[in-house]
Design a protein around this ligand. Structure first.
Ligand SMILES: Nc1ncnc2c1ncn2[C@@H]1O[C@H](COP(=O)(O)OP(=O)(O)O)[C@@H](O)[C@H]1O
Ligand SMILES: [Mg+2]
Length: 265
């Protein structure tokens, strides 16, 4: 059984790539096999956090979209690269070449692409979780990612613009029959201490808040140089996110569906 999850936010810079990368290694630490996909094709960044160089990425999602390589060519097993003792993490990166980014913006890709990738990862790599790291906002790519996923993890800050946008995003996801769970990120430390915060915010945005991650100076200072919780396993950020990983496992154990897909890419 494979669960597909899209990590998304209405606005940019909410911590999607940071959360995706840290969540992947925490799920692996819990014995899970995880694949993360950088679907922020117009501004990829996940490879930076994973310390995956362009030499390591012989082929990218862009090459696969245009039939220049096989599926196996774009799947990078980074379990050993990250020195993970348990589970597995696979990474599928996007091209950083300007001409490739322009091409995919101009030409787009098939609406079956997300489901095709998830199916391949499920069947050929036996992964438990497929996590799509997306571009922010309510664009076409996002809606495709949402429609192709079992659950959406929406990240938001305690900012009025994020609150309004997250509410709208959740409502749209509901219209597609998709469940969204919300993680509050970069929460000011004084607010994060309030035990009523998750229930209060859940009511306002009409979606379930499953975790709170305070703003930590150390994460900002880390400057995306590696996966934070591998460098700082004892840091409160790592333990808070571990709770979210466990919660996600609980929630998806009951709600995930078997992927039944037949489409071509
Ligand atoms: N809880 C946090 N506390 C402090 N800084 C954070 C936190 N989460 C993420 N960041 C920082 O915020 C910036 C944006 O994060 P990123 O994951 O790149 O966002 P996105 O992928 O949504 O654009 C990065 O510099 C990251 O280190
Ligand atoms: Mg990002």
């Amino acid at each position: 059984m494979t669960t597909t999850c899209v990590v998304h936010s209405y606005r940019g810079g909410t911590g999607k790539s940071t959360t995706t990368s840290n969540l992947s290694v925490l799920l692996a630490a819990l014995g899970k096999r995880v694949a993360t996909i950088d679907m922020d094709i117009t501004s990829p960044g996940l490879h930076v956090i994973y310390n995956v160089s362009s030499q390591m990425m012989n082929f990218t999602l862009n090459d696969y979209i245009y039939n220049r390589c096989s599926f196996q060519d774009i799947v990078l097993d980074i379990t050993n690269h990250l020195k993970l003792p348990r589970g597995a993490v696979y990474f599928l990166g996007s091209s950083m070449k300007p001409e490739e980014i322009v091409k995919v913006i101009r030409e787009g890709y098939s609406d079956k692409f997300f489901r095709h990738v998830a199916e391949k990862l499920s069947q050929e790599y036996n992964v438990d979780y497929v996590i799509f790291d997306t571009h922010p906002g309510l664009n076409e790519d996002t809606l495709l990612a949402v429609m192709s996923s079992d659950v959406s993890l929406l990240l938001m800050r305690m900012d009025k613009q994020d609150v309004t946008g997250t509410y709208i995003t959740g409502q749209i996801m509901k219209k597609f029959g998709r469940i969204s769970y919300v993680v509050l990120n970069m929460v000011p430390p004084n607010l994060a201490e309030s035990p009523d915060l998750p229930s209060e915010v859940s009511k306002i945005i009409d979606a379930s808040v499953i975790g709170i991650l305070p703003f930590y100076e150390e994460i900002l200072s880390h400057r995306s140089r590696g996966v934070f919780c591998l460098h700082h396993p004892q840091h409160p950020y790592s333990s808070q996110l571990l709770k979210i990983a466990k919660r996600l496992i609980e929630l998806t154990a009951t709600e995930s569906q078997t992927i039944d897909l037949t489409g071509a890419k």
